[in-house]
Design a protein around this ligand. Structure first.
Ligand code: ADP
Length: 691
């Protein structure tokens, strides 16, 4: 396309016109620029530009500005206030290309496209039917190229007659294009700034939301949490558990710790926080006691915490605070202290008691002895644990002791035994030992608790007493026997002399001597049993006859009672006739003695399974249940007003039981206090007594 050069007329008036023209042009540009800086919307500015251009022309110029879509493929409506709407609508969205009218081609080629006559120009081939009906004949379009080289849009000038641009026209085109580019780029920069502001705002909101979330987490965390800011440790956050820990209702937020919790002065807490803040190093504390005025009345409570002081930093890594994360372990510490104290108390008790004490597991494996045990035996737990204790037992006793205690461990019954134990000096002392099973709630044995009590001294005294009794009864026996003989002799003489009164008195004396003889006999029997010298003299005899003899003999002295006999047919028994008679005598005399208000005693013999059972029933004082097990013990006598009015040593039943035991029989009592008693013994048939 040829471009004819415009010839300048040198005339003064033409120059003046041109000058005014230029002035108006520049002034219009100034207004547009002003609007741009004021932030007028781009659409309005583009309209303003179009109108400004159109105002410069007297030859029916129509201006049109298009924007290019973000993909750079289609033209979009910019501003063409003087073009008909129908035309503008048709052009909106036009795809750019090498033959797409003036604007579509200019945007595509990035070159100014001058179409002198739309009716004949091939670029308009497809679009001319759009333009011609609106009276548009010439169209010059310039691509608006941004500072980065990209096409922003197009600026076009239409004429109603075929026409080519003059130099003036080109100048206008350049000026307008630059202005339009400025407006569009300014708008784009604004949009970009707006986008940035929006995303910055979003980021801020997000950060704020995150902060809130963290705050909520800290507030609801099941731990004692506080956040302190700055070198003065000003409380920024204290969660409910923290508040509970320091005492509800205290005001700490916004205060430095030295002001908020003044009672901590001198406890090293402030200094610790200072150090963490200064060093930036995390500090962990375990079971640290803190004294807090929780009630706010000046009384300090000990509270124990496990805690972490975690320094926190701002975005630029500068220390700005401390996160306190703590767990109140007071209960735990207290419980442990209590357990320690109670353990301490137990040790003090166990190690200072006069007895030895020990504990075994459910199988009897001993795992603990008190200090006394080690002091006495000179051993260690290592030597003693389990069944090691046998080392300090006497060889003559150990088998018996092991058998008995094993049986108890197995059956879960309390254990009692007496045996010698060797001390570290090699000497033996005697110990009375007991163990009881400790059971759980379901009754299962969990462990055994045992003691050993030194009874050496008691045994020595017992021995002395036994020796004394033995000697005394022995020495008494002969003079009493002689006294009895003399008394009988004298009684005979008085009778012959007719002195009945004196003879009667001597008869009473004989009765007392009989009692004395019986006491001495019992004492002698007791010392014989204790000394292992108690011997039986067995024979086979008629049991019925023995019972009849004894009943008759006792009946003679028992004047107030009738001895009622219910006897089985007689039977032959092998045993010590004298001793068995002694048992029955004992039971009968007791029955009479302990039933002062009754008038009869029932004696029964009855055959049992392989044995003969003899029972003596009285209707007297009876024996309380808890005492019944003891009446066969040596020297046992029931205490109480009524029982004690009757003389006795508490040996009769002891000796009787021993006699029955030696015959491999059984002896027992059934009684109800206040209702009377039945004492009975069974002798095996045929009785085979010990030699
Ligand atoms: P004692 O010589 O004291 O009678 P025993 O060994 O014969 O000694 O009896 C022991 C104790 O048992 C007695 O002291 C008495 O308290 C009690 N006792 C024995 N037999 C009877 C009985 N038939 N009724 C009530 N108590 C009895």
């Amino acid at each position: 396309m040829g471009m004819p050069q415009r010839t300048h007329t040198a005339g003064a008036s033409a120059a003046a016109v041109e000058h005014r023209h230029l002035e108006a042009l520049v002034e219009g540009q100034g207004r547009v620029l002003e609007m741009i800086t004021r932030g007028m919307p781009l659409a309005d500015i583009l309209v303003m530009i179009a109108r400004w251009v159109e105002a410069q022309s007297e030859s029916g110029l129509v201006a049109s500005l298009h924007l290019l879509d973000p993909e750079g493929r289609h033209l979009l409506r910019g501003a063409a206030p003087s073009l008909p709407d129908a035309y503008n609508d048709a052009i909106h969205g036009l795809a750019i290309g090498p033959r797409a009218g003036s604007c579509g081609t200019a945007a595509y080629t990035k070159e100014t496209v001058i179409v002198e006559d739309i009716a004949h120009d091939p670029l308009w081939m497809e679009y001319r039917d759009l333009a011609l009906p609106h009276g548009l004949r010439a169209c010059w379009s310039t691509p608006l190229i941004g500072s980065d080289g990209g096409v922003l849009g197009t600026f076009a000038m239409y004429y109603r007659h075929p026409r080519l641009p003059t130099e003036d026209d080109r100048q206008i085109i350049r000026l307008v294009s630059r202005t339009a580019i400025l407006a569009i780029e300014h708008q784009q920069a604004e949009e970009e700034r707006e986008r940035l502001r929006a995303s910055e705002q979003r980021a801020l909101l997000q950060a704020e939301a995150e902060r809130r979330r963290l705050h909520d987490i800290l507030m609801e965390a099941p731990a004692v949490i506080a956040v302190m800011r700055g070198p003065e440790h000003v409380y920024e956050l204290a969660n409910p558990l923290y508040m509970r820990a320091i005492g509800r209702g205290r005001e700490v937020l916004g205060k430095p710790i030295r002001e908020a919790l003044p009672e901590l002065a001198g406890q090293g807490i402030y200094e610790l926080l200072d150090r963490v803040y200064a060093s930036g190093e995390t500090h962990e504390g375990k079971e640290v006691p803190v004294r807090l005025d929780r009630a706010g009345n000046g009384t300090l409570e000990d509270v124990y915490f496990n805690f972490v002081y975690q320094p926190s930093r701002d975005e630029s890594g500068v220390m700005d605070g401390i996160l306190v994360h703590a767990v109140d372990v007071t209960d735990l510490v207290r419980a442990r202290q209590q357990a320690q104290e109670s353990e301490e108390r137990f040790r003090t008790l166990a190690d200072n008691m006069s007895q030895f004490a020990w504990m075994a597991d459910e199988t009897g494996f001993i795992f603990w002895y008190n200090q006394r045990w080690y002091d006495y035996t000179g051993t260690t737990l290592d030597e003693m644990k389990g069944w090691g204790w046998q080392k300090v037992h006497h060889p003559d006793h150990v088998a018996r002791v092991v058998a008995k205690i094993s049986a108890c461990f197995q059956s879960g019954t309390p254990w009692e035994d007496t045996f010698p134990l060797r001390g570290k000096d090699g000497r033996y002392r005697w110990f009375l030992s007991r163990a009881i099973p400790i059971r759980d709630a379901s009754g299962r044995v969990m462990r055994w608790f045992g003691t050993n009590t030194d009874v050496t001294e008691q045994r020595r005294l017992e021995q002395q007493k036994d020796d004394f009794i033995s000697i005394a009864s022995h020495e008494l026996k002969t003079p009493v026997t002689s006294a009895k003989a003399y008394a009988q002799l004298l009684a005979l003489r008085f009778q012959k002399a007719g002195d009945a009164r004196s003879a009667d008195l001597l008869g009473k004396m004989d009765g007392q001597l009989n009692k004395l003889t019986k006491l001495i006999a019992d004492l002698l029997d007791e010392t014989k049993i204790e000394g292992g010298k108690f011997k039986l003299q067995p024979s086979t005899f008629d049991y019925g006859a023995l019972v009849a003899d004894i009943v008759e003999e006792v009946q003679r002295t028992a004047t107030r009672h009738t001895l009622v006999c219910e006897l089985a047919p007689s039977i032959s028994v092998t045993g010590d006739r004298e001793r068995i008679g002694q048992v029955l005598t004992n039971l009968l005399t007791n029955a009479v003695k302990y039933s002062p208000r009754a008038d009869r005693v029932v004696v029964r013999t009855a055959p049992g399974e392989g044995e003969i059972i003899t029972s003596v029933r009285d209707f007297g004082l009876g024996i309380a249940k808890e005492k019944q097990g003891k009446v066969f013990d040596r020297f046992f006598r029931i205490e109480g007003k009524e029982h004690e009015t009757y003389p006795g040593l508490g040996l009769g039943l002891y000796i009787s039981a021993e006699i029955v035991r030696r015959h491999h029989g059984r002896i027992w009592v059934e009684s109800e206090e206040g209702q009377g008693s039945i004492f009975a013994f069974a002798l095996p048939l045929p009785a085979t007594p010990e030699e």
